[in-house]
Design a protein around this ligand. Structure first.
Ligand code: GLN
Length: 303
């Protein structure tokens, strides 16, 4: 398949959507990003990357980091994580509090904020420095030492972090966190602030297409664990739009409110797309459309 030609076709097809939707407004540092940007990259299993548009422009990874945090927590600590976080779609917004009380402080899945806080808490206990471990992993897998924290975004989230603080304190009241809430929130906000490009993201996610194997050939996850992470991405990776995303795209995917989405074609390639305008569920409008075009034009999906 000629990936370059395919990407150019996709970019042309979705061009009318670039700039639609709204950048995340509840994090002021993200609200000021120019919305008329679009980039897309495809990495094959050997690390060859193709891209179009703004595929080399760094953007805020936000919730996309939740996939990498989950993979690291499973790799370091194994299955006991699932005693503290579920793996069912929430059907609720990513920062919702309501289910947590009914379900005794156990978040529905690792990709809503409450679940991600539990995963980061676990990673912090396992490694002693969750956000740095995550950054190191992304730098190594992308081969780019410039993948970095964005202090302005982390501070902006910290200053507007009441909702995440509420989720963390609420779970702490059920004994579902090991670390003090302020330290955990710090790691979570630094984690979310990591900026990378579509090329970096597509490369860094390759272990999910390589059935758990890292870029250097070493094993991060068992084949079964890689399948499990992909399955949770498919069912929960785009919040309360996961059903619609599965319907339109048919691939495991994880979005973030920075406007990025990573998607996986197991055994073949990874895709990263970025455009800051979001829909009501917090997913990139042009990004979802581009992935929809990818699977429609190629016939590739997990179905
Ligand atoms: N940092 C964001 C938050 O905690 C991440 C949310 C997202 O990308 N959906 O609200």
């Amino acid at each position: 398949m000629d990936y370059q030609e395919l990407l150019e076709q996709i970019e042309a097809d979705i061009a009318p959507l670039i700039g639609s939707g709204t950048p995340a407004e509840y994090i002021p540092a993200l609200a000021s990003v120019e919305p008329r940007q679009f980039g897309m990259a495809i990495a094959d299993l050997d690390g060859k990357v193709h891209g179009v548009g703004d595929w080399r422009t760094a953007f805020s990874a936000q919730s996309i980091t939740k996939v990498f945090a989950l993979a690291l927590a499973l790799a370091e600590g194994g299955d006991s994580l699932w005693e503290r976080v579920g793996r069912e779609p929430s059907g609720n917004p990513f920062n919702s509090l309501v289910q947590l009380e009914y379900e005794n402080g156990i978040p529905r899945n690792p990709f809503i904020n409450a679940g991600a806080l539990v995963v980061t808490d676990r990673l912090q206990t396992l490694t002693g420095d969750a956000s740095s471990e995550l950054l190191k992993f992304l730098q190594e897998e992308s081969g780019n030492p410039d993948v970095a924290f964005d202090a302005e975004v982390a501070t902006s989230e910290q200053e507007n972090g009441d909702r995440n603080a509420a989720l963390a304190h609420f779970m702490a009241s059920y004994g579902n966190l090991d670390n003090p809430v302020p330290a955990l929130l710090d790691h979570y906000f630094w984690q979310c602030s990591i900026e990378l490009t579509c090329a970096d993201l597509a490369l860094a996610a390759r272990f999910l297409a390589r059935h758990g194997l890292r870029a250097d050939g070493s094993r991060l996850l068992t084949r079964s664990e890689a399948k499990q992470v992909n399955a949770v991405m498919l069912t929960c990776g785009t919040y309360d739009a996961a059903g619609e995303f599965a319907y339109r795209v048919g691939l495991p995917g994880k979005s973030g409110v920075g406007g990025g989405i990573v998607a996986v074609v197991p055994g073949l390639c990874t895709l990263a797309v970025w455009s800051p305008g979001l829909d009501a569920q917090g997913n990139s409008v042009a990004g979802v459309a581009a992935l929809d075009r990818f699977t429609t034009l190629t016939g590739l999906s997990v179905f």
